[in-house]
Structure formats: C-alpha cells, structure tokens
Design a binder for this molecule. Structure first.
Ligand SMILES: Nc1c(NC[C@H](O)[C@H](O)[C@H](O)CO)[nH]c(=O)[nH]c1=O
Ligand SMILES: CC(=O)[C@@H](O)COP(=O)(O)O
Length: 174
C-alpha cells in the first residue's frame, strides 16, 4: 500500500519494550534538513518504547551510499542489538540516484543477513524535496518512526527465537 494511504508514524501494534536494547543510528549528512527530522522521529519512538538515551548511539556518514559501512562499523566494533540507517536520496538529473539507492539497499540487506543483526531501513528515495518533507514529519508521518519501530520489533523477535545460551556456551565465552 503506498505511503499516501497510510501514516508512517502510526505504528499500529503496541511495541515491545526497548528498555534493555542498545541501538546504533547511522545518519546521512546529505539532505540534513530531512535526515535530521528522521533522526528526531527515530529517537522519539525509541524513547517512547523505553529505550534509555544512553543506549542510543548516533553516528553520521557523508551520504546514503555510506550508510551500509557505517552500520557495519556498529556491528563490528560495538555491542548494539540493532541498527537504524537514516538517509534521503532525491532524484537529480542523472542516474546517480539509481546507483546510490541500489548500493544502500544491497549493502544493508547483505549486512543484516551476514551479521544476523536487525538493521532498519530508514531511507527515503524520492522524486523531489516535497515528497521527502511529507515523509519526514509531514503529512505522511515520519519514516524515522517507522524504522525505529521495525528495529525494536526485530530485536524482540530475535530474543524470542534465539536459543538459550547453554552452560557450555557460557564456559566457552569465559
Ligand atoms: N545525491 C545524494 C547523495 N549522494 C552522495 C552519495 O550518497 C555518496 O555520499 C557519494 O557518492 C560519495 O560516496 N547522497 C544522499 O544521501 N542523498 C542524495 O540525494
Ligand atoms: C541522488 C544523487 O546523487 C543526485 O541527487 C545527484 O544529482 P545529479 O544526478 O543531478 O548529479
């Protein structure tokens, strides 16, 4: 269903508690007017779900194309439970838009599957600035809210489904 028929900020179901979750957020500096609004929405949703501000770590990258590597830095170098990537790609005169969108989509998908870690895709890919404004806190809600809700739900699902640590596993770690 197209976004124009729904509101991105209407999460629908009640979210699981994020009280014990550690979340990394990677934000693109390109179109900062938009990505800043997406960040506000994502942090608001995380906090409303009980996530402590000290468990939310925000890092910025030059553009949407770098979001995948920024998310991988979180996976490799930190102990976050999940990551939210936030970007805004707006169609220009050339096909660069296509390649940026393809790159981040493939990169984020490959990352979350290879690291077995929830990564929420909070990337707007629009024809013009107005469409981005409408989806970053405008008439269609905020994609940052949607992305935060998705990462919370996926972390909760992973906790529900992952096998209990065995004593042997614990001994291995220690
Ligand atoms: N045109 C947009 C870009 N372009 C920059 C790329 O994301 C990347 O940083 C550059 O190609 C260097 O590797 N980025 C956006 O986030 N949004 C755009 O509209
Ligand atoms: C998505 C982009 O990289 C794009 O905004 C750049 O604009 P252009 O295609 O006109 O160079």
């Amino acid at each position: 269903m197209a976004t124009i028929h729904k509101n991105l900020s209407e999460i629908g179901t009640e979210l699981p508690s994020a009280a014990d979750m550690r979340i990394g957020i990677v934000v693109s500096e390109w179109n900062e007017q938009i990505t800043g609004a997406l960040l506000e929405g994502a942090v608001r949703t995380l906090k409303n779900a009980g996530c402590d501000e000290q468990n939310i770590e925000v890092k910025r990258v030059p553009g949407t194309f770098e979001l995948s590597l920024g998310a991988q830095f979180f996976a490799e170098y930190t102990d976050v439970d999940g990551v939210i990537v936030l970007g805004c790609v707006i169609q220009g005169e050339t096909r660069h838009f296509d390649y940026v969108c393809q790159g981040v989509t493939q990169g984020v998908t490959q990352l979350m599957l290879s690291w077995n870690m929830p990564v929420a895709f909070g990337v707007l890919t629009t024809e013009n600035l107005q469409q981005a404004i409408d989806r970053a806190g405008g008439k269609y809600g905020n994609k940052g809210d949607e992305a935060a809700a998705a990462v919370i739900k996926m972390i909760a699902l992973q906790i529900e489904m992952e096998p209990e640590e065995t004593e042997a596993d614990r001994k291995k770690i220690n």
